[in-house]
Ligand binder design. Structure first.
Ligand code: CO
Length: 412
């Protein structure tokens, strides 16, 4: 039997194919626990009277808190994942195939999108100013791989994919149907094509998240990076009963947007929570600390030589503290010690990650949060394989300890 929490994680991921849906899924869980959603444009009721347990949504990002007074223990994660996004003039096609023009978002493992049943999700901007969500969990799109008989170099050169040429999904047959995508969206929303002005719509794999492996030890799913961390952070906030959780959009493209981790969102929310003068905000901030929760590279058994040999990471080995002396991860000795202590209090083992010195290291919201707020940040994550594939893999044994370690960190 899979752990209840692993199946709950699967449900969270499957309900959240776009950042907007991830935020809605998180908000629904907060609503059910009695949190009050407030709008950034509203008056929150004067000094110090923001809801004691509340949240704010800005597009594909959400900040939630329990216990308004600082200093704060913060857990951050991200709502976006690399994928394929629909262009503004998407109706295209060739040789009797109707296709949809797309643009890759973030660092996509392009091959992983081939040969899958694909749906659509996101939000649509209507003429009346509203932004309804759209979710098409039907296999409306498909990207067929080129037949091996027409790709004789694949054995020697490997699969070569050009993101402009080779990833355009098919969604029907016949001549190019100009306006077809707009009419499709109008049908989905139950409105008129004339109401539709623009969209943030993206493609997702329809294969449900699955607990598998011989004895249920493995969890295969899309968007484990980073909805596993988003799920764990929201759960940790509910378990801990105190702390702040920030789930950010746009991590995969560098965080420097209106709702990315480089934006004003978290700082302005925290300042409003203090409700008073800037001095008390700055004092509260000076005592605050953040755990940047993003998934970590488990050591791939088929490519163990790609990993730093004294920092192998085991699937099922517990949360990972990620270090990089060049601050691609924001961890330093002080922040690492705080997270290690939180793991210890939760009775959870932890692992230490360092990247090979001869490979460029990825980054996270950690350094961005550290720089924008000026607070210590520790970069942590649960181990996983196939990061940025349309289908990623982790161990079910890492699900509970990740949430427990973050809850312990939020309690302080
Ligand atoms: Co990530």
């Amino acid at each position: 039997m899979p752990a209840v929490t692993a199946t709950d994680l699967c449900a969270f991921i499957d309900a959240s194919p776009s950042p907007f849906h991830a935020v809605a899924t998180a908000a629904a869980r907060l609503d059910a626990a009695g949190f009050e959603g407030v709008d950034e444009t509203d008056d929150w009721g004067g000094a110090g009277s923001a809801p004691a347990r509340g949240y704010v949504v800005r597009d594909g990002s959400i900040v939630a808190w329990s216990g308004a007074a600082g200093p704060w223990r913060v857990a951050g994660a991200h709502t976006d994942s690399p994928n394929l996004r629909v262009r503004p003039r998407p109706d295209t096609g060739r040789a009797g195939a109707r296709q949809l023009g797309i643009e890759p978002y973030g660092g996509v493992l392009l091959n992983s999108w081939l040969g899958r049943d694909l749906g659509l999700s996101g939000r649509v901007a209507l003429r009346d100013g509203s932004l309804p969500l759209v979710l098409v969990d039907r296999p409306v799109l498909h990207i067929p791989q080129l037949a091996i008989h027409l790709d004789r170099e694949i054995g020697s050169a490997g699969l070569q994919l050009n993101p402009q040429q080779h990833l355009t999904p098919l969604w029907g047959t016949g001549p190019v149907d100009r306006g077809g995508f707009t009419r499709f969206l109008a049908d989905e929303l139950g409105g008129s094509p004339a109401d539709i002005v623009a969209w943030d719509v993206m493609i997702h794999d329809l294969t449900p998240s699955t607990v598998g492996g011989r004895d249920g030890e493995l969890l295969a799913a899309p968007r484990i990076d980073n909805l596993c961390s988003a799920w764990a952070a929201i759960g940790a906030l509910l378990d801990a009963g105190s702390g702040v959780v920030a789930l950010w959009d746009h991590e995969e493209i560098g965080s420097e947007t209106n709702r990315g981790a480089g934006s004003s969102l978290l700082g302005t929310v925290l300042e409003r929570l203090t409700g008073g003068d800037r001095g008390s905000y700055q004092r509260a901030l000076a005592g605050s600390v953040c755990a940047s929760a993003d998934m970590a590279h488990a050591t791939h058994p088929n490519y163990a030589e790609r990993h730093e040999p004294d920092h192998w990471i085991a699937l099922g080995g517990g949360p990972v503290i990620k270090t990089n002396v060049n601050q691609r991860y924001a961890t330093d000795a002080r922040s690492a010690a705080l997270f290690a202590a939180a793991c210890e209090r939760a009775g959870v083992a932890h692992q230490w990650y360092a990247h090979r010195a001869d490979l460029p290291c990825g980054s996270t919201i950690g350094p961005v949060t550290a720089a924008s707020l000026g607070i210590p940040v520790v970069d942590v994550g649960a181990p996983m394989l196939a990061m940025h594939s349309a289908r990623e893999l982790m161990a079910t044994a890492d699900v509970d300890p990740y949430r427990a370690a973050l809850a312990s960190f939020l309690r302080g």
